[in-house]
Write a protein that binds this ligand. Structure first.
Ligand SMILES: [Cu+2]
Length: 148
């Protein structure tokens, strides 16, 4: 990772979240913004930032080849989310409880997202990336309210 990369990306995601998140959240407080499915390609996750209420399932789908959505900074085997997807979409459920953000993939135990950061409003921000394509970086903001 180049020096200064993380702060720049954090700034970029905040701009994205303010741009698409706030007005849309006012209109639909309990849904995903803009949606709970993240299509992606080697060029990146689309959109790079998604806002979901706690308890939501997020789906990643591929427009080209195999990708992952993986918590960075920890071994992949310990990552709270390490979704491999390609021809078939991949899924994980995100929930806030016990003072942390947790993720659960189908047929796996729920794992704590140790790299997620708590925001002032009680939301948790999780950065994720693709293990195969270093330019693919995404963000998930999980809001504390329960899913409908
Ligand atoms: Cu990839």
């Amino acid at each position: 990772m180049r020096p200064g990369g993380a702060p720049l990306r954090t700034l970029a995601v905040l701009v994205v979240l303010v741009f698409l998140g706030v007005p849309a959240l006012a209109a639909a407080p309990s849904g995903c913004v803009p949606q709970c499915e993240v299509p992606s390609a080697e060029s990146g996750y689309v959109p790079p930032a998604t806002v979901v209420p706690s308890g939501s399932n997020v789906t990643w789908s591929s427009l080209d080849r195999a990708h992952t959505a993986t918590e960075p900074g920890v071994p992949a085997s310990q990552a709270c989310v390490n979704v491999l997807y390609g021809p078939a979409p991949g899924h994980a459920r995100f929930a806030i409880h016990n003072g942390s953000l947790w993720a659960q993939q189908p047929l796996q135990l729920e794992k704590r997202c140790s790299t997620a950061s708590l925001q002032r409003d009680g939301s948790w921000l999780l950065e994720y990336h693709c293990l195969y394509h270093s330019q693919m970086v995404g963000f998930l903001l999980v809001r504390p309210e329960a899913s409908p």
